[in-house]
Design a protein around this ligand. Structure first.
Ligand code: CUA
Length: 450
């Protein structure tokens, strides 16, 4: 009797949970209502069967419970009952599978008016490529991949020259227009998944997989990698922003083409020297950094990273948080650089500065730090040398007190919380693994030995 009550409560509880629980589909933002319907049909079929089986077991337990003198009778065959069970099972299984096949036929058949976007995944970030005016994407090959050509676009292919490159985890799309995604991975298995768009597709190195959808409302949706792809998997996140066509067009026009990115003139160090005079007051004439002025060492840092941070400061994505006392001091300094050319010039000059090792100021347990650093090494490099491809700046030989403060800022949401600071957001997730200043100190003590 007890078991029968448990079975009934289990069936009842499951049904109530299904209808009352707040955890259900996220509000849909694409054309894929058919996918939701298919899942609902599966819930109905499995739900009815579950309640029927649990109910039957409970009924049998009560109806045929032990009674003194009761005897079981043996009934091996029942053609009519078996016939009914077969028909009901067939209908149930067909009801679960057939709608899925119909939807799958739509999933693999891309409407030909769909715009094409290539999504490139690598440990642990996302980037995007759109065809330019000619409407065609250029060919790519891994042998062309370099820091200057992260997409590996064939420089000899005329179709590739006008390809538009979005080297950021954020992709914008116009609302109401079907999009075909060409999904490519540079290293290991990844998976492109956006819950609100009901899109989820594996990315396989050596293959180009695809998927499509039509965004039906504007908004910002989290893109998650849903394939375990290494220690940084949890932080491999991007963002799909669905815009009105005008805002989308404005975003598109701000992006460089492959030809523009390749022909971008390097910064002028001579022009940069004059601009650097402002920086020198705090960071030192040799870019060696100054703890008393809270200005970190710049000499030897990757140009791509310095440029990005200067742009972030100018944009307000860094140095605007109330608690970011020193970032707020840097923001007006970055604002004195008029444009991207000025930024490139000053960074070119910083590139000529000596790269002298700075004195260690942080103490910690080097052995513990070495073990913890394994996670950092995946992006920043085994020696903390910095890796442009993973968007991770150099740590080795840089100001440790500055890194300690940034780790704390990341952990406490002072840095990396601004919606435009997409790489900072990734670092904020990772910094959370160093629970306190002591854990961060161990890692920094280890970095100081590199
Ligand atoms: Cu990429 Cu998980």
């Amino acid at each position: 009797m007890g078991i029968a009550i448990v079975l009934i409560l289990l069936a009842l509880g499951s049904v109530l949970f299904h209808f009352l629980s707040p955890w259900y589909f996220t509000p849909i933002a694409s054309n894929w209502h058919a996918i939701d319907t298919t899942i609902s049909i599966t819930f109905w079929v499995t739900g009815i069967v579950f309640v029927a089986v649990a109910g039957f077991m409970a009924w049998a337990l009560i109806r045929y419970r032990h009674r003194p003198g009761g005897r079981a009778s043996y009934q091996p065959e029942n053609k009519r009952l078996e016939g009914w069970l077969m028909v009901v099972t067939t209908v149930g299984v067909a009801a679960m599978l057939a709608p899925g096949l119909l939807v799958w036929a739509q999933v693999i058949e891309v409407p030909h008016e769909a715009m094409v976007v290539e999504v490139v995944a690598q440990q642990w970030n996302w980037s995007y490529r759109l065809p330019g005016k000619d409407g065609k994407l250029g060919t790519v090959h891994p042998r062309f991949v370099s820091d200057a050509n992260p997409f590996g676009i064939n420089p000899a292919d005329p179709h590739g020259q006008d390809d538009v490159l979005a080297q950021t985890p954020e992709l914008r799309l116009p609302v109401g227009k079907p999009v075909k995604l060409l999904l490519r991975s540079k290293d290991v298995l990844h998976d492109f998944a956006v819950a609100q768009l009901r899109v989820k597709m594996d990315m396989v190195p050596g293959l180009v997989t695809y998927s499509w959808f039509t965004p039906t409302r504007t908004g910002s949706f989290d893109l998650l990698c849903e394939e375990l792809c290494g220690v940084g998997h949890f932080s491999m996140r991007g963002r799909i922003v669905v815009d009105e066509p005008g805002a989308y067009q404005a975003w598109l026009e701000r992006l460089p083409t492959f030809a523009q990115a390749a022909s971008r003139a390097p910064g002028n160090a001579v022009a940069g020297k004059a601009l650097y005079a402002t920086c020198a007051a705090c960071h030192g004439a040799g870019g060696e950094g100054n703890l008393a002025m809270n200005a970190p060492k710049l000499g030897g840092q990757g140009a791509w990273y310095l440029e990005r941070q200067l742009r972030q400061f100018k944009l307000g994505a860094r140095g605007t948080h109330d608690k970011d006392v020193f970032g707020k001091m840097m923001a007006p300094m970055a604002a004195t650089l008029a444009d991207d050319t000025a930024i490139a010039d000053v960074v070119a000059y910083i590139g000529t500065l000596p790269d002298a090792r700075v004195a260690a100021t942080i103490k910690g347990d080097v052995d513990t730090g070495r073990r913890r650093y394994a996670t950092c090494a995946a992006c920043h490099g085994a020696e903390g040398q910095g890796v442009a491809a993973t968007q991770a700046p150099r740590l080795q030989g840089m100001s440790d007190w500055y890194m300690a403060r940034q780790l704390k800022n990341f952990r406490e949401g002072v840095r990396g919380a601004h919606p435009q600071d997409v790489y900072g957001a990734q670092m904020a997730l990772v910094a959370g693994m160093l629970a306190d200043d002591a854990a961060a100190g161990d890692v920094l003590a280890y970095i100081n030995t590199r």
